[in-house]
Design a protein around this ligand. Structure first.
Ligand code: THU
Length: 133
């Protein structure tokens, strides 16, 4: 399930939009939804959850990787993220790092420039292999 031909991007974008509608964003008023296809076929999602202590806010991708672990782990095959209008959104730099930890080989990502390899948007990444695991 690592080639983009096996990925239902319509379903993944829909899952991201559904998650976005659960965002808790009283401070930025900028809802974000994220969805990813896992290598066992399930879909995990997340939304951003802000906090009165602004720096404690959680990006949508934080919720997504937490759900990934909670629901059994696995590797991310494909990822899509959207803003409050449902438009495709690029993950912030910190969240690219969060996703990098759990990427499947050849992971794909929805971007405003089309569907790309995740490694194209985080080249020369730092990952677990650098720690000798
Ligand atoms: N945000 C995400 O949830 N993911 C990203 O990749 C970009 C930014 C959130 C954080 C904050 O709640 C809001 O968007 C505005 O920055």
């Amino acid at each position: 399930m690592s080639s983009s031909s096996a990925i239902d991007w319509i379903e993944l974008r829909h899952a991201a939009r559904s998650a976005m509608q659960r965002a808790y964003v009283p401070y930025s008023n900028y809802p974000v939804g994220a969805a990813a296809l896992v290598d066992d076929g399930r879909i995990v999602t997340g939304c951003n959850v802000e906090n009165a202590s602004y720096g404690c806010g959680l990006c949508a991708e934080c919720g997504l990787v937490s759900e990934l672990a909670r629901t059994g782990g696995g590797r991310l095959v494909a990822f899509a993220c959207c803003d409050g209008l449902g438009e495709v959104l690029m993950p912030c730099g910190r969240c690219r790092q969060l996703l990098n930890e759990f990427k499947a080989e050849g992971m794909r990502i929805d971007t405003p420039e089309g569907i790309l390899d995740f490694d194209q948007i985080l080249p020369q990444s730092f990952g677990p292999e650098h720690l000798g695991r």
